[in-house]
Design a protein around this ligand. Structure first.
Ligand SMILES: Cc1cc2nc3c(=O)[nH]c(=O)nc-3n(C[C@H](O)[C@H](O)[C@H](O)COP(=O)(O)O)c2cc1C
Length: 142
C-alpha cells in the first residue's frame, strides 16, 4: 500500500525584495521535489507567499519544516493540512505564478495579500488555478 497523500497550504510574509528569490525557489523545487514525489504551486502576492504542497505525508512534513526555517520569509502559518486522494497539481514539481491574471471576489486577495486567508479561500484559489490549466498561466513546467 502506498503512503497516504497529504496536502499542506501555508501563508507567509515575504522578507525583502523577491524577484530572484522566486526564481531560486522554483529552481530548488524543481531539483528537490521530484525525488520526494512532491508537487504543488507557489503564489507570490504583494506582501506574502501562498504555497500548496502535495505528496507523501512524511515528505511533506520534512519539506514544510525546511521551508518554514527559510529566512526569505517569516510568520509561516499553516492554513490547511489534510489527507487527500487526488492532487491538484500532479504535473508540477512547483508551479509558480505572479497571481495577477485572475479576478477574485475578495479585495485583499486582489491586492495580493494572503496573510489572513481562510482554508476555504486558499483551496478555492488553488482549485481555480489548477482548473485554468497551463494555457492561460505562465509558470515553469517540469
Ligand atoms: C516560499 C518558499 C517556498 C519554497 N518551496 C520549496 C519547495 O517546494 N521545494 C524545495 O526544495 N525548496 C523550497 N524552498 C526552499 C527551501 O527553503 C530551501 O532553501 C531548499 O529546499 C534548499 O535546497 P538545497 O538543499 O537543494 O539547496 C522554498 C522556500 C521559500 C521561501
Amino acid at each position: 500500500m502506498s503512503e497516504q497523500l497529504r496536502r499542506v497550504i501555508y501563508v507567509s510574509e515575504k522578507v525583502g525584495s523577491s524577484e530572484h528569490d522566486v526564481a531560486d525557489i522554483v529552481k530548488a523545487s524543481n531539483k528537490n521535489n521530484p525525488s520526494k514525489d512532491i508537487t504543488g504551486c507557489l503564489l507570490k502576492g504583494k506582501n506574502s507567499f501562498l504555497q500548496i504542497l502535495e505528496g507523501p505525508s512524511d515528505a511533506i512534513e520534512g519539506l514544510y519544516k525546511t521551508i518554514s526555517e527559510d529566512n526569505r520569509h517569516t510568520n509561516v502559518k499553516r492554513v490547511c493540512d489534510e489527507p487527500i486522494d487526488k492532487r491538484l497539481f500532479s504535473d508540477w514539481s512547483m508551479k509558480s505564478d505572479n497571481y495577477n491574471q485572475m479576478e477574485w471576489s475578495d479585495s485583499a486577495l486582489n491586492a495580493g495579500n494572503f496573510v489572513n486567508i481562510s482554508a476555504d479561500a486558499a483551496k478555492n484559489i488553488f482549485t481555480r488555478i489548477s482548473e485554468q490549466g497551463e494555457s492561460s498561466f505562465c509558470g515553469i513546467s517540469q
